[in-house]
Design a protein around this ligand. Structure first.
Ligand code: DAT
Ligand code: MG
Length: 153
């Protein structure tokens, strides 16, 4: 099923100069990037994004971390992109992430785990609408892979 998901390179990923490497994982897989921007999350934005974690012991630190520097926010489109991009990211705790996943390759602790990705359709829609206005998205172009698949029909 064609889906959209919200992906972000978190402040530690930006500060470690990993923006390009992380974007590449999604481009190389064949997914289509239809929204992309760098921003410094405000407190209000961070609280909206992580509303589900409010009240948990790690919440204050999580909010401090996500507002500590710029992030690179993306909307990525593709077949089953929500579940597959979660697999590409790996588990929240990098020590539990499969070898070869983004978190396994670049992170060593759960607090600074490089990347965010929506975990289900509902969060994807909610998170995309927090970070992007509709008119900021560019869905109307064709990737080479889409063209190849289309030509084969
Ligand atoms: P994910 O980012 O894999 O979706 P999550 O939604 O459960 O994980 O948590 C959001 C972020 O909060 C996570 O990337 C890192 C931080 N976090 C989660 N659980 C934590 C914990 N037990 N201690 C410290 N930070 C935690
Ligand atoms: Mg999550």
């Amino acid at each position: 099923m064609l889906e959209r998901t919200f992906i972000a390179v978190k402040p530690d990923g930006v500060k470690r100069n990993l923006i390009g490497k992380i974007i590449s994982r999604f481009e190389e897989k064949g997914y289509k990037i239809i929204g992309l921007k760098m921003l410094l999350p405000t407190l209000e934005l961070a609280e909206k994004h992580y509303a589900e974690h409010k009240g948990k012991p790690f919440y204050p630190r999580l909010i401090r971390y996500i507002t500590s520097g710029p992030i690179v926010a993306m909307v990525v489109e593709g077949d089953n992109v929500i579940a597959v991009s979660r697999r590409m990211m790996g588990a929240t705790r990098p020590e539990e992430a499969e070898a070869g996943t983004i978190r396994f390759d670049y992170a060593i602790c759960k607090e600074f785990n490089i990347i965010h990705g929506s975990d289900c359709l509902e969060s994807a829609q909610r998170e995309i609408s927090i970070y992007f206005k509709d008119e900021e998205l560019c869905p109307n172009w064709t990737t080479t892979l889409e063209k190849i698949m289309d030509d084969e029909k």
